[in-house]
Design a protein around this ligand. Structure first.
Ligand code: AHG
Ligand code: MN
Ligand code: MN
Ligand code: MN
Length: 333
């Protein structure tokens, strides 16, 4: 049994210290990160007890994406919205579960825009497989308060992004552009503790992660790529791993290396994953950990969104693995 650390680095302590490094920082971002932390702790607690408190199952409606909404989607969304609004740091919120943007009343407005997926991997809730939450925080170059018309910012306007993973333990992984850091929730004290400082993704892995049920709906390039992973000219085949929760699949990719792909299919010709609250935040984290993230043509962080629920293809992970699939896509053009 490890002894108690009397100088432990909590997430709050870590980001307070980061804030102090920036001259004239207002502390607004630190406030916002604190509110996200509270939302995530509450969701984690709800997830752990969902089977007992009858929080499994559907809420009875579908969202703007045409997906069946789960009770936990609703709860997680309300928590994110209420806590973020009360941080006095955000002007506009974008959520997977809300058709239109959510504007914060003037008295509580701040300079940030936040896009979030309150509960990622909804289909895994009822069978106790890992799920998550994802967020990206955007800011205008001139620091002014963005209007509703100005919310469609690219990944180049992200000042912080991250995800929570409700796995065998709850983790919060975050980057403010200065490395990627992982914090594990210690349930005995209710605090996130720094456990993974400056995370780096391997340059190459040996795992590919894609929903192979759609094999016959992929382009030739993707079919050839996955086939090469299974029947390589030299070396061992890659391992296949697919959880079906982007957070879990990308987290594993960061830790072990390899590639996660969600390409276009016949059913989803622009891909399934949403740019602003799934692809951009994960691309920001993976890129800051030394990996790569592309839509098959350009870096995901360079895509200028045209709609809040816009979808994109996603190829994300170890630099060499992502380069390999991009080369094949180019060859097949
Ligand atoms: P969400 O639960 O937030 O709607 O996201 C589901 C996403 C993502 O987590 C996952 O990678 C993907 O859907 C899985 O889709 P398929 O079932 O088509 O593989
Ligand atoms: Mn959904
Ligand atoms: Mn999702
Ligand atoms: Mn979701």
């Amino acid at each position: 049994m490890a002894s108690l650390d009397s100088n432990t680095i909590s997430l709050t302590r870590f980001f307070l210290a980061e804030q102090k490094k920036i001259p004239h920082a207002t502390g607004e971002l630190t406030q916002l990160l604190a509110s996200i932390q509270t939302a995530v702790k509450t969701i984690s607690s709800a997830v752990r007890r969902a089977g007992i408190t009858k929080l499994f199952g559907t809420a009875g409606n579908t969202n703007v994406q045409g997906e069946e909404v789960k009770k936990l989607d609703v709860l997680a969304n309300e928590l994110f919205i209420n806590l973020i609004k009360s941080s006095y740091s955000v002007a506009v919120l974008i959520s997977e579960e809300n058709e239109t943007v959510i504007e914060v009343e003037t008295e509580r407005q701040g300079k940030y825009v936040i896009a979030f997926d309150p509960l990622d991997g909804s289909s895994n809730i009822d069978c106790l497989v890992s799920i998550g939450s994802i967020f990206a925080i955007f800011k205008k170059e001139d620091n002014s308060i963005p209007t509703i018309d100005e919310v469609l910012m690219s990944g180049r306007n992200v000042v912080a992004a991250g995800y929570a993973l409700y796995g065998t333990a709850t983790m919060l992984i975050m980057s403010t552009g200065n490395g990627v850091h992982g914090f594990m929730l210690d349930p005995t004290i209710g605090e996130f503790i720094l456990t993974d400082y400056d995370m780096k993704i391997p340059k190459r892995g040996n795992i590919y992660s894609i929903n192979e049920g759609y094999t016959h709906q992929w382009s030739e390039a993707i079919q050839e790529y996955v086939d090469n992973k299974k029947n390589p000219c030299k070396g061992k085949p890659y391992n296949a791993r697919y959880v079906g929760s982007m957070v879990a699949d990308v987290h594993r990719t960061i830790k072990y290396g390899g590639i996660f792909l969600y390409p276009a299919t016949k059913a989803a010709p622009k891909g399934k994953l949403r740019l602003m609250y799934e692809a951009i935040p994960m691309a920001y984290v993976v890129t800051n950990a030394g990996g790569a993230a592309s839509n098959g043509e350009i870096p995901i962080l360079d895509i200028k969104p045209e709609a809040i629920h816009q979808r994109t293809e996603v190829f994300i992970g170890s630099e060499e693995d992502v380069d390999e699939v991009l080369q094949l896509i180019r060859v097949h053009k």
